[in-house]
Design a protein around this ligand. Structure first.
Ligand SMILES: [Zn+2]
Length: 306
C-alpha cells in the first residue's frame, strides 16, 4: 500500500495505491498557482493526512512534480507552471507530517508507473515518451530511475532532431517536441493551411489530436502528411535513444497515444528506417496502458525504488 500525489498545473490528484498497482481511493483538489507556495503546501499536507486516515501504516509518500528536482538534495530547482524556484518542498512538507516524502519529476513518475504495473511490466530497461502538449520522458535502466546529476536527464522532448520553422519554448530550435507533440502538429497544420494546402482540417475552428487522427483515417492528405512528419522525427529520436541506451522496450503515452494502433504502426515503420542494427535484436514499441493514472501510481511505488 502506498500514497501517490500528482501535482499538476490545474489539479492536485492523490490516491492510495495497492501493492499490485491498483488505485483504491482518490482525492482531487484544484491547484491555484496564484495562492502561493505555502497554500499549495498546506493543501497537499491536508490531502496526505486525509489519505493516511483511510490507509493502514503508510510511512512514505511519493509526489510527482512538474519540474526539475535535484537528485541528491531533492530540492525543487525549477517548477515553471507554479512559478517555484529552489524550494525545499520535501523538508517543508515533512515538517508538517510524520511521513517520509519522496519527490520525482512527473514524466518520470508516469514512466515508473508503466514500468512497475503497466506496459513495461517484466522489462528491466524502459524508456517512455509522453506525447501531449509537449513531450515528456522517463528512463529506467536496470531497475534504476535515471534523473542525472543535475536532475535534468530524460528531457527527451528537448532533444534536437532537426531544424524547424519555429523555436521551442525552451529557446532552442529543433527540439523533438516542436515536431512531434500536439502543439507541433497544430502549428504545422496551421502553417500549411495558411500556405493554401487544401484539407478538411480547414473547416474546424480549433483542431486537436483526435480530429487530426480522424481526418487522417479519412485519408485527408494534409492530416496524413502531418502525422508522417511527426512520426518521422519521433522514429529518429527513438533510434537515437536506442543507439545510446538499448532498452528492452519503448512505451508511448500521453494524449496522442489514444490514436492507438494507427499511431503505433506509423511509428514502427519510421523506427525501422532509422534503426542502426536492423538485423539484430530490436526494441519493442508499445502503447502505454495506465492512461492518466500512470503518474499517481508511479509516485506511490517510488518507495520501492530508492
Ligand atoms: Zn526545447
Amino acid at each position: 500500500m502506498g500514497i501517490g500525489i500528482d501535482l499538476g498545473g490545474t489539479a492536485i490528484k492523490g490516491g492510495i495505491v495497492s501493492d499490485d498497482g491498483k488505485i483504491i481511493q482518490t482525492l482531487e483538489y484544484a491547484t491555484i498557482p496564484e495562492s502561493g507556495y505555502e497554500n499549495i503546501l498546506l493543501t497537499i499536507s491536508r490531502m496526505i493526512n486525509e489519505l493516511r486516515e483511510r490507509s493502514e501504516s503508510v510511512s512514505e509518500v511519493g509526489i510527482g512534480i512538474p519540474g526539475v528536482i535535484d537528485a541528491h538534495s531533492q530540492m525543487i530547482l525549477s517548477c515553471p507552471n507554479l512559478g517555484w524556484k529552489n524550494k525545499n518542498f520535501k523538508s517543508d512538507l515533512e515538517n508538517k507530517l510524520s511521513v517520509k516524502v519522496n519527490l520525482i519529476n512527473d514524466a518520470t513518475a508516469a514512466a515508473m508507473g508503466e514500468y512497475a504495473y503497466g506496459s513495461g511490466l517484466g522489462a528491466s530497461s524502459m524508456i517512455m515518451l509522453t506525447l501531449g502538449t509537449g513531450i515528456g520522458g522517463g528512463i529506467i535502466l536496470n531497475d534504476q530511475i535515471i534523473s542525472g546529476t543535475h536532475g535534468v536527464a530524460s528531457e527527451i522532448g528537448h532533444m534536437i532532431v532537426g531544424e524547424n520553422f519555429y523555436d521551442c519554448a525552451c529557446g532552442k530550435n529543433g527540439c523533438l517536441e516542436t515536431f512531434s507533440s500536439v502543439t507541433a502538429l497544430k502549428k504545422y497544420i496551421d502553417l500549411q493551411l495558411q500556405n493554401g494546402i487544401p484539407s478538411n482540417l480547414a473547416q474546424y475552428d480549433m483542431i486537436n489530436g483526435a480530429i487530426i487522427f480522424d481526418e487522417a483515417r479519412n485519408n485527408d492528405q494534409l492530416a496524413l502528411e502531418a502525422l508522417d512528419r511527426m512520426c518521422r522525427y519521433l522514429g529518429l529520436a527513438i533510434s537515437n535513444l536506442n543507439d545510446i541506451l538499448d532498452p528492452d522496450i519503448f512505451v508511448i503515452g500521453g494524449g496522442l497515444s489514444a490514436a492507438g494502433e494507427f499511431l503505433l504502426n506509423k511509428l514502427i515503420g519510421s523506427l525501422q528506417r532509422f534503426l542502426t542494427y536492423k538485423d539484430l535484436a530490436q526494441p519493442q514499441l508499445v502503447l502505454a496502458s495506465l492512461g492518466n493514472d500512470a503518474g499517481l501510481i508511479g509516485a506511490a511505488c517510488l518507495k520501492n525504488y530508492h
